[in-house]
Design a protein around this ligand. Structure first.
Ligand SMILES: [Cu+2]
Length: 119
């Protein structure tokens, strides 16, 4: 890694203490894909992961009402439009242990990502 990139990585890490784990951990393994069906709720509405693991969430919305039109991860500063009937991928950074909520834009339906400490 070039010194410039290392500095950028350290800077990014120091700016997001709650969400990011070490940048090295984020590059170790490919992201694990988890499909979440959106249809009056999130199925599943609970996704578990290990600290440092990266997740690629694949949202597929099987309805076209306005409620679930977007999905929001408030503590990760992520907001995505979910057009009906087509997959939308949300790549999460490697997460520290803890709970991360996701919900519709209106805060009506919710799901959680529970990240357990690394072994
Ligand atoms: Cu809603």
């Amino acid at each position: 890694m070039k010194p410039g990139r290392l500095f950028a990585a350290i800077l990014a890490f120091s700016l997001t203490p709650t969400a990011a784990l070490s940048p090295a951990a984020a590059q170790e393994a490919p992201a694990r894909e988890v499909e979440i069906i959106v249809d009056g709720g999130y199925r599943p509405d609970l996704v578990t992961a290990r600290a440092g693991e990266r997740l690629r969430l694949k949202f597929v919305r099987h309805e076209d009402g306005s409620c679930t039109r977007e999905v929001v991860f408030p503590t990760l500063d992520i907001r995505k439009e979910l057009p009906p009937h087509q997959p939308v991928f949300v790549d999460l950074p490697a997460l520290a242990a803890g709970e991360y909520e996701f919900r519709c834009g209106m805060k009506m339906i919710r799901g959680r990502i529970v990240v357990e400490p690394a072994r």
